[in-house]
Ligand binder design. Structure first.
Ligand code: PEP
Ligand code: MG
Length: 561
């Protein structure tokens, strides 16, 4: 019997296959008295040796030199005699195997953190080893991305951005998570990879491993209990649809020719279908994408799973790869947006009680100014070596002073076009003054919703507040666009709002000059703009600004077509 589970569809497309769950860290059971300490020690050491062997095997298979080095180092730590001696001590004082591993890893983790610097950066390795070895001892599934040896639909509580970056699109057919929200980075990365995804699907935790399911990432539905034959048919049709070329092409225009540039959101050159950029991050089916440039290059995605700050040469190469391959030779590079849901361990930021309201985005340069300076140096050099002049913008700009400081640093390095993302209501309210200092603005509706509505963007249950059709959000966008018009400077939208074809007409009517989105969203947005005159778009904007709630706005704007 089939059953349909619902969640939030965050990345359109269909897929079907067998499920495989990403296990979370194992919980420790209560302590049990140990009858045979010798056997208990052997169980604990056996689990650590098995973990070391498994990590060494993964190192062998890893494609990148860095991933290989990290896995090899982890394998050595799991086999380290010092760690094994601590396990022996713990068993000697009465601990069972699982608790002995936990205590020994906690002890060594504490030592690494106390040593600071490079050593502290390895603390996360010990957490990983602990989770793997404890799961082995308890006979639980080993945490981390699964590798069942066949294509699968990945089930998880939630994924970290680093997990999502490492997904292999050749084996993961779709994502279903029980947590997560509509503009979480899991959702954004799934869209960038062209992976159908449903988040906030509460009952996903109940689906047994190996169940045949179909996933509809547009409607937010997961159908369980379908047979293998039905799954094969759905998967074949989905692959055919992905291969079909898009019906539309060319620059973004309303029906009467008003230009609204269609740009791409990317995390690396691989999202442009660039060869040699690493299979793990390549968008499915990405060929040369028909768009007018890159409107948001999220540079932090290059460094999410890194333990050390990337060096100058590596950064120059990463930025140059995008500058060379971007359509139209137009690229808006965003400087590192670290913090909150995109932690970068090498920054060594202090833990915060309220990280979304803390040191993130441009604010990181208050405590680590050299990181931003090094990035701007690398961007400037990539521009010189490629001859392509990027536009460069900072995330989370809040005040005019911050905008002026950022612009000064960038211009000192010869970067000519400097801008800011508008993600904080304070910046939207001062858009005109920001444009005295800057050349352009790009509205990040994901964070602007989060901060305007005081609703965590990762929170599936607050999705209604994060709906980009909310009139208060659109009012802030309208104010930015009006400031741009007055100053004669471009103001685009690069949050997920830009990917909604009907909302794109509203945004065009509000006066935004570009819309930036993942590649898969471009054709539908292009077709929607082409079907409406500018006057009609302005009418849509008026209706949406006046609506009492998102559902009414959608209904009235759709009815106005
Ligand atoms: C945004 O906040 O809308 C945005 C585009 O930035 P990110 O999603 O990377 O925070
Ligand atoms: Mg943002």
């Amino acid at each position: 019997m089939t059953e349909t589970l619902t969640g939030l569809g965050v990345s359109p497309g269909r897929a079907a296959g067998r499920t495989c769950r990403m296990a979370g860290p194992p919980a420790l059971p209560g302590r049990v008295p140990v009858a045979d300490p010798g056997a208990e020690l052997e169980r604990a050491l056996g689990a650590l040796r098995a973990t070391a062997a498994e990590l060494a095997a993964r190192a062998e298979k890893a494609s990148g030199a860095e991933a290989k080095a990290i896995l090899e180092a982890q394998s050595f730590i799991a086999d380290d005699p010092g760690l094994h001696a601590s396990v022996e001590t713990a068993v000697g004082s009465g601990a069972d195997a699982a608790h002995a591993i936990d205590e020994a890893c906690a002890h060594h983790r504490g030592e690494l953190l106390a040593a600071g610097g490079h050593f502290a950066e390895r603390a996360a390795d010990l957490d990983d080893i602990r989770n793997r070895a404890v799961a082995t001892v308890l006979g639980l599934p080993v945490p981390g991305l699964p590798d069942p040896g066949h294509p699968f639909v990945l089930l998880a509580e939630d994924l970290s951005p680093a997990d999502t970056v490492n997904l292999d699109p050749a084996s993961v057919l779709a994502l279903v998570t029980s947590g997560g929200g509509p503009t979480s980075h899991t959702a954004i990365l799934a869209r960038a990879r062209g992976l159908p995804a449903v988040v906030a699907c509460r009952d996903a935790g109940e689906i047994p491993d190996g169940t045949w399911v179909s996933v509809d990432g547009l409607r937010g539905e997961v159908e369980t209990g379908i047979g293998e034959e039905a799954a094969d048919g759905i998967q074949r049709r989905a692959e055919d649809a992905r291969r079909r070329p898009s019906a539309s092409s060319g620059p973004g225009r309303t029906a009467d020719g008003h230009p609204v540039a269609l740009l791409l959101n990317i995390g690396s050159a691989a999202d442009l279908g660039s060869p040699g950029a690493g299979h793990a991050s390549a968008a499915r089916g990405a060929g040369q994408v028909d768009a007018e440039g890159v409107g948001l290059f999220r540079t932090e995605f290059l460094f999410l799973d890194r333990r050390e700050a990337p060096g100058h040469e590596e950064q120059v190469a990463a930025y140059a790869a995008v500058l060379r391959t971007a359509p139209g030779g137009h690229v808006v590079i965003r400087t590192l947006d670290a913090g909150t849901d995109k932690p970068l361990p090498f920054l060594g930021l202090a833990e915060e009680t309220n990280p979304a309201l803390g040191v993130r985005g441009l604010r990181v340069s208050r405590v680590r100014p050299e990181v931003l300076d090094a990035q701007l140096d690398a961007i400037a050099e990539a521009a010189r070596t490629t001859g392509v002049e990027p536009w460069v913008m900072a995330p989370m700009v809040t005040t005019v002073g911050e905008a002026a400081d950022f612009a000064g640093r960038a211009r000192d390095r010869g970067i000519a076009r400097v801008g800011a993302m508008v993600e904080v209501p304070a910046a939207a309210l001062r858009a005109g003054r920001l444009l005295d200092e800057l050349d352009f603005l790009s509205v990040g509706t994901n964070d602007l919703s989060q901060y305007a509505f005081a609703a965590d963007r990762q929170h599936g249950e607050l999705a209604d507040l994060l709906d980009p059709w909310q009139a208060a959000l659109l009012r802030l966008v309208a104010d930015c666009a009006a400031a741009g018009r007055e100053a004669g400077r471009p103001v685009g939208v690069c949050g997920e709002a830009a990917a909604d074809p009907l909302l794109a007409t509203v945004l065009a009517g509000l006066g935004v000059t570009s819309l930036s989105m993942s590649a898969s969203a471009v054709p539908a947005v292009r077709e929607s703009l082409a079907a409406h005159s500018l006057a009609r778009c302005r009418e849509h904007a008026r209706i949406a600004l006046d609506a009492d709630d998102p559902a009414q706005a959608r209904r009235l704007v759709a009815g106005d077509r």
